[in-house]
Design a protein around this ligand. Structure first.
Ligand code: BES
Ligand code: MN
Ligand code: MN
Length: 456
């Protein structure tokens, strides 16, 4: 215990400086313009793993962005913790809404401000530094393997194949991930579920070309109007999704489970104040925690068409588009939801337009056990460092690869995240608390210790 605190105290400025160096690399996986930067970030992770004392460190190429692998095997009879994280980040735009440039990290009021500071470079780097700490203080109690990818933010499409091809190398006992949030800095929590995702893009085509809205308007279908009408039909007056069969596979929680979930500290007033909204909006009959944790959703992520430049242009556009994400809960599956959405969307389209649905990435929902050694090891570790037992919570976001770890490797995950929902991940001014960064580095070695001891 003391050696942990002491090592952190002596090295924290360097830890932060190194993290800031990594945050200067614009590793945006979605934009091919940054391909070399993503590669450079993979090399950075590789070098930091080597410096920390890992063996067999390798930047593994994929048809997309590389995966960084590294390990420290101290004894095959001891348990093996497989750490997963991602070094890629979301695009930084809209740039004008950042108070400081997204890839020029600054520390302000105890927060590290930069794209990726929380999601997930800051959280992933805690694991590298915690590993370094255990190596340098001779306290690594078990084996460890690192698998740090560069395509999480674009759906991890190559990681699935890579884990299938590397099953032997990835043999282990538990996957440990820090890529989620706690309730507050004085209210630790551990996510025990993540939602799945179906992401689709739709295209509605009216006339074969853009038309004069005076000459043709009123007589020909306007694809923007039709798209809006079709989308409006996707939910009823209770904000219940109307796609036939959408809820068929949803496992309803018992009343007791729902009560449990709603016992987590949550202030609707603060939530509304923080977002500057008069009221929340969602499916009737469910609380905000339930709406974001255990219920599936249908959300528009973008909609466009027609003229959006300066001034006015009287045009009846040929096409309109939307990007739609549906968050899924156990036992829904991404393929089925995408399929029934597509059928439904096509079936409600009037004859005056043609529609096309293009599926993007998806991922299956997961729930992780709370009665496992690994969960208890994480819970006890956080209880030690926060002074409070963490509350099990359901995360609304998705980490699509977690379901595949279980399916392909037979490994469960522990989602021991240290971010806050207010860290503005994916948004301008993303930040990560220095408190959270250091708390993570302090807690992780205790997980290893507890997990190893409890595995005996
Ligand atoms: N780290 C997030 C997921 C997350 C954040 C889970 C907060 C729980 C709490 C992850 O990097 C992410 O953003 N995932 C994407 C999915 C991906 C396929 C683009 C998401 O949830 O939108
Ligand atoms: Mn993430
Ligand atoms: Mn993310």
């Amino acid at each position: 215990m003391e050696h942990i605190k002491q090592y952190i105290e002596e090295n924290k400025d360097r830890f932060l400086a190194e993290l800031m160096d990594m945050l200067r690399i614009p590793s945006v996986s979605a934009d091919s313009k940054y391909k070399e930067d993503v590669q450079r970030n993979a090399e950075f992770v590789k070098n930091s793993l080597i410096a920390a004392g890992a063996d067999k460190v390798e930047v593994c190429p994929t048809p997309g962005h590389p995966i960084v692998y590294g390990e420290k095997m101290i004894d095959p009879v001891l348990p093996t913790v497989v750490v997963y994280g991602h070094y890629d980040v979301q695009p930084a735009d809209p740039l004008e809404l950042w108070d400081s440039p997204p890839f020029e990290p600054v520390i302000k009021d105890g927060l590290i401000v930069a794209r990726g500071s929380c999601d997930d470079k800051g959280q992933m780097f805690m694991h590298v530094k915690a590993f370094e700490l255990m190596m340098k203080t001779n306290s690594l109690p078990c084996n460890v393997k690192f698998m740090i990818e560069g395509e999480e933010e674009v759906g991890s499409s190559n990681l699935g194949t890579w884990i299938r091809d590397n099953k032997d190398r990835l043999k282990g006992d538990i996957i440990l991930i820090s890529d989620t949030s706690i309730i507050a800095n004085d209210i630790p929590s551990i996510d025990v579920g993540l939602r799945g995702l179906s992401y689709v893009e739709v295209e509605v085509t009216g006339p074969n070309r853009d038309l004069h809205s005076g000459v043709y308007g009123g007589a020909v279908a306007n694809p923007i109007t039709i798209l809006c009408e079709m989308i409006a039909k996707m939910k009823d007056e209770n904000n219940h999704i109307t796609i036939p069969g959408f809820y068929d596979d949803v496992i309803a929680l018992t009343d007791a489970e729902r009560e449990d979930l709603n016992r987590a500290p949550f202030s609707l007033d603060n939530y509304k104040k923080d977002l500057n909204v008069e009221d929340v909006h969602g499916e009737k009959g469910y609380t905000t925690l339930e709406r974001t944790g255990i219920r599936p959703t249908f959300e528009l992520n973008g909609i466009w068409g027609g003229y959006i430049g300066e001034g006015a242009k009287t045009v009846l556009p040929s096409k309109a588009y939307a990007k739609i994400s549906m968050r899924l809960v156990p036992n829904q599956t991404t393929d089925k939801i995408t399929e029934i959405f597509t059928k439904h969307f096509e079936s409600i389209a009037p004859k005056s337009v043609k529609v096309k649905v293009t599926p993007h990435h998806g991922g299956e929902p997961v729930v992780t056990p709370t009665d496992s050694i690994a969960f208890k090891a994480a819970s006890m570790a956080m209880e030690t460092t926060f002074g409070k037992k963490p509350i099990p919570t359901r995360g609304g976001g998705s980490i699509p690869i977690v379901a595949l770890f279980e399916k392909e490797l037979g490994l469960k995950s522990v989602l021991m995240g240290f971010g806050l929902d207010s860290d503005l991940i994916h948004s301008p001014n993303e930040h990560y608390g220095i408190f959270n960064f250091l708390k993570g580095i302090e807690t992780i070695p205790l997980f290893y210790k507890n997990f190893t001891e409890m595995s005996k």
